[in-house]
Design a protein around this ligand. Structure first.
Ligand code: SOE
Length: 384
């Protein structure tokens, strides 16, 4: 029996994200043995009893429920992890906070700023620890980018460029709603803007500060799809693709593109930052590599360095194997669990918390408004 303090987790939702988070909870005690807390897979909840029972057995949850309200009534739950479609985030998070539970919420925080604001108010009123799963921040090479930028090596930043490209919705027969909730604007809030660009915006504001204003275009390539709710052809309300440019508070220019119609791309997230003295770039398909160009290098050997981020001195890497051997996508979730447990132990914040993620929500909303009105929009993001 372990002498660690237990953090009893209730997972709500058993989809793709339910699996990534569960894997994170299971791996942490082995690789972060110094932490005072250990996660306990206490209960998993989903409406379909057969599915949730099978999930509980597969991942080692001690029990299961089919009604999330029952989960919140349980005294044997410390933290609620929300992995449901986006339209459930606000209701569950607010109720969980009111029940005094810690809350971990899948991204994006909410469908709208108004919903997100209510969630932030509830969390802050209850004073419960919270975080939002913008996992890409916790890839070691992206964390190294943050360290390099914060050290000032780039100098004044001029450009921030990011894209997130997929192709899984290029199919006219794909329905909206039901299992395809990401295709339904009522469930998801938006299309690629909230689903994919939200990741890029979160990373961008963390690395390069607030985004002041945006000018965007969106497109919905397939205008009508069968809706699971009505069984009829209905108008599609999500954005299939979105491109926006923006001003950052620090004076740099940003350029962002996302699409689920970029044939051949499954999950291509890339970013590049150009400063006065140096530049960095990163690509999710080669996630352990950070490329770095430093103009102060001696001219005859000056060029893009390809840093393979596996050394024990690099972020998180002393937790894993030996230099040269790498980690993957799943580890970003392991790192977030570890950072959350550490934050509880030390009484600090686990960023991005709900308030940070509300700022990302403001940018997403301004992007959609800008595209709809064909005008520049201020984001209203708070500056430090
Ligand atoms: C969409 O396909 C999706 O699964 C997003 O919902 C995730 O947030 C992203 O990380 C990968 O793509």
């Amino acid at each position: 029996m372990s002498d660690k303090k237990q953090m009893r987790i209730a997972l709500i939702g058993t989809g793709f994200m339910g699996r990534t988070h569960s894997n994170g909870y299971r791996r942490v005690p082995n690789f972060f043995p110094e932490l005072a807390y250990e996660p306990v897979l206490q209960v998993v909840c989903s409406r379909n009893e057969a599915k949730v029972k099978a999930f509980a057995e597969q991942w080692g949850y001690a029990s299961y429920e089919t009604d999330w309200r029952k989960v919140l009534q349980r005294d044997d739950v410390d933290a609620v992890d929300i992995c449901t479609p986006n339209d459930m985030h606000a209701e569950i998070a607010i109720a969980a906070a009111e029940a005094g539970k810690m809350v971990l919420c899948e991204k994006p925080l909410a469908r709208t700023v108004a919903e997100g604001l209510k969630m932030v108010e509830a969390i802050e009123k209850a004073g419960v620890k919270n975080t939002v799963w913008y996992n890409y921040r916790r890839i070691p090479a992206v964390m190294l980018a943050k360290q390099i930028i914060d050290s000032g090596k780039l100098g004044k930043i001029y450009h921030y460029r990011a894209n997130f490209l997929q192709d899984w919705t290029i199919n006219e027969n794909l329905t909206q709603g039901g299992g395809n909730w990401r295709m339904d604007v009522d469930s998801a809030g938006s299309g690629v803007t909230g689903d994919l660009l939200a990741h890029c915006i979160d990373t961008a504001m963390w690395l390069n500060g607030s985004i002041k204003d945006v000018s965007a275009v969106t497109e919905t390539f397939v205008k009508e799809r069968i809706h699971e709710k009505t069984g009829k052809m209905e108008k599609v309300g999500i954005d299939d693709a979105c491109i926006f440019h923006c001003h950052f508070e620090n004076g740099s220019l940003g350029l962002f593109e996302s699409s689920r119609y970029a044939r051949g791309h499954k999950a291509l997230y890339t970013l590049e930052i150009n400063g006065r003295n140096a530049s960095i770039r990163w690509d999710l398909h080669d996630l352990n590599r950070l490329e770095y160009f430093d103009h102060s290098d001696e001219s005859i050997v000056r060029g893009w360095r390809s840093i393979h981020v596996t050394d024990g001195d690099q972020p998180y890497m002393n937790k894993w194997w030996v230099p040269g051997l790498s980690v993957g996508y799943e580890h970003s979730f392991v790192h977030q669990v570890a950072d959350f447990l550490k934050a509880v132990e030390t009484g600090s914040e686990c960023h991005p918390n709900f308030r940070d993620s509300l700022e990302t929500q403001r940018v997403c909303e301004a992007v959609i408004e800008s595209a709809n009105t064909r005008a520049w929009k201020d984001t209203g993001v708070e500056t430090e």
